[in-house]
Design a protein around this ligand. Structure first.
Ligand SMILES: C[S@@+](CC[C@H](N)C(=O)[O-])C[C@H]1O[C@@H](n2cnc3c(N)ncnc32)[C@H](O)[C@@H]1O
Length: 361
């Protein structure tokens, strides 16, 4: 709002301009008689001042409205910009990649393993059994999410999950994910799971070998455990398979990966032993599971096998998709194991060995 002194300044200036204009316009055409008297001139001058004052107020008002409109437009454009930045973060990504020291903890270090440039479904469309393509990605629980490798890829999907909950025993990785992979409005959250692990979490509470998962929610349509059961002791695996079954929706998929072997090649395993551990310093560096024990265990927990992905590298980790809902078909009865599963196919032991009972080493 212009101040009174500003208004009278505008008024005076406008009045002078009008006067000068009138003089210029009238002079060439006015006769002697038509010349203004002093009184007329004063009257005219007063009228000009009133006109100029009114014009001053109008001018001030217009300036004020213009100022308000421009401020409003600026604020609106700022809002639009920040909204589009959120969207970019979630959809196109200026998402940071985890630092190398964190990538080395979980394994793959190359950018491609963390990226999803075309926004596709990270594990295929998972349109299995009753599920529509992409439906499984609605609510994701990532057990052992590491430094957010799959979380980052999921955030970059053309259709990111409505909810994602990642947990891991590694506090440093979780803090990094919380700071970098939880863009506003994404509904991605990361939680520290205080279970002790010699390699991944030596600073966690020593006595904790398992902790319940039920506090993280239920009815997840996709539970992902990529390269996690490959690093758990047998008793941990049994506990977490059971927990994950409780967290899984009836129309949900449980994605797991495993190192498997055929126990027929290991006559020294007693009937209660089902795993082969590769490292005496940290046995969980890589844990191989007897296929028949795995098959019986998941069946006993009410899971069906609804998909498999055999790794091309023999003896490396294979993908097994599980589900518990009645609408899913069970592939287990007709499943043929790939020769890339240690001890099956071409690498199966000769019949003589298969018939052996347990023998002491
Ligand atoms: C090989 S990394 C895989 C990480 C991630 N899933 C990926 O694919 O990038 C194994 C992960 O399992 C985590 N882990 C190990 N024991 C765990 C447990 N009991 N509960 C949750 N996470 C665990 C480790 O901290 C580590 O991040």
């Amino acid at each position: 709002m212009p101040s009174p002194s500003e208004t009278s300044f505008f008024s005076r200036r406008l009045s002078q301009i009008i006067q000068r204009f009138r003089q210029k316009v009238r002079r060439p055409f006015q006769t002697e008689n038509q010349q203004m008297t002093e009184k007329d001139a004063q009257g005219s001058m007063k009228g000009d001042v009133r006109m100029a004052e009114a014009a001053g107020w109008v001018f001030g008002g217009v300036m004020l409205v213009a100022l308000l409109v421009s401020r409003f437009a600026f604020k609106k454009s700022q809002g639009r910009e920040s909204r589009s930045i959120d969207k970019q973060v979630v959809l196109q990504s200026d998402l940071p990649f985890p630092p190398m020291e964190l990538r080395r903890i979980v394994g793959p270090t190359e950018d491609e393993a963390y990226d999803n440039p075309d926004g596709s479904f990270v594990f295929g469309d998972l349109g299995i059994g009753p599920l529509e393509a992409g439906e499984a990605y609605r609510r994701v629980f990532d057990f052992g999410c590491g430094c957010g490798r799959n979380a980052r890829q999921l955030l970059l999907q053309q259709r990111p999950p409505e909810q994602y909950v990642g947990i891991d025993v590694g506090i440093g990785m979780i803090k990094w994910c919380q700071r970098n992979l939880s863009p506003p409005k994404s509904n991605f959250s990361f939680h520290h799971h205080d279970v002790w692990s010699q390699t991944y979490a030596p600073g966690n509470t020593r006595g904790n070998s398992v902790l319940p998962l039920t506090e993280f929610g239920r009815d997840f349509t996709l539970i992902n455990a990529h390269s996690v059961f490959t690093h758990l002791y047998e008793h941990q695996t049994l506990f977490y398979l059971d927990q994950c079954r409780d967290l899984l929706a009836e129309r949900g998929i449980f994605r797991t990966t495993w190192f498997f072997f055929n126990r027929d090649w290991f006559p020294v395993l007693n009937p209660g032993q089902h795993c082969v551990y590769v490292n005496s310093d940290d046995p969980t560096q890589a844990v191989y599971y007897d296929w028949s024990f795995f098959a019986e265990t998941i069946e006993g927990l009410g899971f069906k096998i609804v998909g498999v992905g055999w790794h091309p590298t023999p003896g490396y980790q294979h993908e097994v998709l599980l589900a518990k809902g009645p609408e899913f078909p069970n592939l287990m009865p007709q499943l043929e194991l790939s020769p890339n599963v240690l001890g099956f196919g071409g690498s199966a032991p000769p019949p003589l060995l298969q018939d052996r009972e347990f023998i002491y080493a």
